[in-house]
Design a binder for this molecule. Sequence first.
Ligand code: FES
Ligand SMILES: [Fe+2]
Length: 380
Amino acid sequence: MPLTSEKSVQEILGSYNDKAPLAEAATIAGPFYVDPRIAELETQNVFSKTWQVIGRTDQVEEPGDFLTFNLAGEPIVAVRGADGVLRAFYNVCRHHAAAVVSEPCGHAQVLHCPYHGWNYGHDGSLKGMPEFDGVKNFERSANGLVPVRAAIWEKFVMVNLDPEGESLEEFLGGIKKRVAPLGVNRLNYAGSRSYDLACNWKVFVDNYLDGGYHVPHLHKGLNSVLDYKSYTIENEDRYCLQSSPMVESQEDAATGATRKGDRAYYFWQYPNFMINCYEGYMDTNLVIPLDVDHCRVVFDFYFADVTSEAALKYNEESIAVSERVQDEDLGICEAVQRGLKSRAYGAGRLSVRREAGEHLFHRLLVADLKGTSRYAVAAD
Ligand code: FES
Ligand SMILES: [Fe+2]
């Protein structure tokens, strides 16, 4: 049995002092990253109650376009209606619970369950059931797909499993006005990369939110295009914006050629979504927990030009630079996960200069795990 099982969940949650200012704060302790009971609590209190990205708007542009996603153990389908409205539903047939839509994305006139052939409309209504004559006390109108709240932000399809929770606008808060001027809607989707990591999802998020602390040590190529000393970190609502002026790289041609502009913008939106922007470039990172010590990180890449031959070559090179950075992060995240399990580790202190983002993340997370108001957490 792991050492952590000796502690109750309440003791683990209580071990975090959410009142400590950054200069006195510590990280959440090891058990937060290795105890399956915490992972289960996150499924219920974090991933089932926050707005979550489940796909891209370019996947569901036309009526009948759909995409599917597994969110917090729940199969979800989002589909564009003839009225132009994007709706989401539990992808669970009301007959005997089969997945009505089995492809990751596509186009369909009706949502047709492969098991016994029940059909649902794009609005989720049950349209037809073969061989169902004579069934008594069955209300077709009460047997449509069960809806899930859905909304769109920039190029992202988002849902919230909590029917009671706040609107997407309220959830996003100030990040909307910060992302809008970057004009990411003008960029075009070019491809994805998916990485499975042997670490808790929060290890990846922490690594992202260390304010560039690890960049000079771990990412020499990336470091050569950033003005590391001028790196800024801003917390507001549920987001952290890390930003750095860009400089000409003397050392790394590939990074210098594909990471351009005046500033690099790295947005994190609680709990698990990141948007990284350079000039004419965006990638997003969605961090999906698989179990307590595994996660999947999906990178989606967007570029200004995705058609000309020169652009395709450039975009490939740019994705290759991202893959190299990701490889550098992957090894360290897995080493951290092993360390978090060690009896030698408790919790760690935070750099005031660099690690305000992690501080915000940990306070928001613990507030959600405790079920206390998210509004109680003030940004630094
Ligand atoms: S489970 Fe869908 S039709 Fe039977
Ligand atoms: Fe990194």
